[in-house]
Write a protein that binds this ligand. Structure first.
Ligand code: SAH
Ligand code: SF4
Length: 413
């Protein structure tokens, strides 16, 4: 099938024009209910109004202060007079793939300031099978005797209220990335800046809003696998998770964060309580240190053994597994001997684990080739025969540069 050129379908009406006021506004989006309560108390309001405001922003997903009907007009006016606005990141452009995937450029930073930048967020209507074989897959919801609310995710399993949507949102954590993996298009941008917690959570809320997702009914997974290395922006990343869990009521068990193996980040992650800890994926991408350090220079700083040692500190939930992601590069990492080495490596860790295989997605100026489909299948077969669960991630949205490792703010075809 020939890929159609990407379509620019929408310029969000809420994106301010250059004539907007110049003074930097104060943004409510990104503050949790305690911070919102403190703000309202400082304006002479009762603290409980903070929760009301948080509900409006994160649950009802209201994007304009003037539309928060649960607050009195005078209070909304007071907040506006004080310079406050909601300031949720807005979807500025949408690219539609032939496979239903949508790639967004999401506007971050204060639209009135010179630092307006876009980051990329991806909506995959049926996921990409990356969640296969983990504890939050349909097997949980369909467990015999499961009550109407899934005990792990809090989602409805009532057949009278079936899930309407099963989608995955891929979220960015930085503009660009400093890690410089040789096969990744985002690396070509270099590191530009960290996103704030509000900018990370805002991508999710904006996309949930666009698709009218009903949290608790629709089955939406989040993967922190967009642009950037989440564990090099740890505090904003984890604050965003806390907002999404505590304020927007999303389940951390439907969230997966992927890291290239930043050991201090994994150490911090291991200390997080289960209520606000997503699942962990490690970009292994090579069968041994020698090949890995060629592909991922970060391996010289933290080699495979040091990464595995750090992962061991994470207290996994029942049935939870660590995911090892493995990008198959034609002729470089996709050979049968590589598969056997990966099987030995994963088995040696002794961790409950699965391997997600990703056929390399091409990008301009990156000197690798895609693996042959037969090599991919043979690789998977060797792993599963060795007793290692292995799944193939379906490439989503390749025609619009939305697939893994292709995010580079590519606007043109
Ligand atoms: N920085 C984090 C998360 C973002 S990258 C990390 O590296 O884990 C998300 C996944 O995309 C990683 O597993 C990475 O190895 C993979 N990836 C990067 N470039 C790719 C490409 N061109 N084709 C397929 N997968 C790629
Ligand atoms: Fe950064 Fe991940 Fe790309 Fe490596 S694979 S350059 S860590 S985004």
């Amino acid at each position: 099938m020939t890929a159609k050129p990407p379509q620019l379908v929408q310029l969000d009406a809420s994106v301010p024009t250059p004539e907007s006021p110049v003074s930097a506004p104060k943004q409510l989006f990104g503050l949790d209910s305690a911070a919102l309560a403190a703000l309202l108390v400082s304006l002479g309001e009762p603290a409980w109004r903070g929760r009301q405001l948080a509900e409006a922003i994160y649950v009802q997903r209201v994007a304009e202060l003037s539309e928060i009907t649960t607050l009195s007009k005078s209070l909304r006016g007071k907040l506006a007079d004080e310079g406050w606005r909601i300031g949720r990141p807005a979807i500025a452009q949408v690219f539609l793939s032939v496979d239903g995937t949508e790639r967004y450029l999401v506007q971050c930073g204060s639209p009135e300031s010179a630092s307006v930048q876009t980051v990329e967020t991806v909506w995959m209507p049926e996921g990409d099978d990356g969640e296969s074989g983990d504890s939050t897959d349909s097997e949980v919801a369909e467990r015999v005797g499961a009550p109407c609310l899934d005990s792990e995710t809090g989602e409805s399993t009532d057949p009278a209220r079936p899930s309407r949507q099963r989608a995955t949102i891929c979220v960015s954590s930085q503009v660009g990335c400093a890690v410089n993996c040789q096969f990744c298009l985002t690396a070509k941008l270099g590191y530009q800046r960290n996103l704030t917690a509000g900018e990370i959570a805002g991508q999710v809320i904006a996309v949930l809003d666009r698709h009218k997702v009903e949290v608790g009914r629709d089955r939406v997974n989040l993967v922190f696998m967009g642009m950037g290395e989440p564990f090099l922006n740890y505090s904003s990343f984890i604050d965003a998770v806390r907002l999404l869990v505590r304020e927007a009521h999303l389940s951390p068990q439907r969230m997966t964060v992927s890291t290239s193996g930043i050991v201090p980040g994994i150490d911090s992650f291991a200390q997080e309580p289960a209520e606000t800890r997503p699942k962990l994926a490690i970009s292994l991408n090579a069968p041994n240190d020698q090949i890995r350090q060629e592909l991922m220079p970060i391996n010289r700083k933290w080699n495979i053994e040091s990464v595995v040692d750090a992962i061991r500190q994470v207290k996994l939930r029942p049935r939870e597994r660590i995911t090892f992601e493995y990008v198959l590069l034609g002729g470089v990492t996709d050979q049968p001997e590589h598969a056997r080495e990966v099987a030995r490596l994963v088995r040696r860790t002794g961790l409950p684990a699965k391997v997600n295989l990703i056929a390399w997605n091409p990008g301009p100026g990156i000197p690798y080739s895609m693996p042959q489909p037969a090599a991919v299948e043979a690789f998977r077969e060797i792993l599963t025969t060795a007793g290692i669960p292995a799944y193939l991630r379906r490439p989503r949205g390749r025609d619009i540069y939305a697939a893994c490792g292709q995010l580079k703010r590519t606007v043109e075809a």
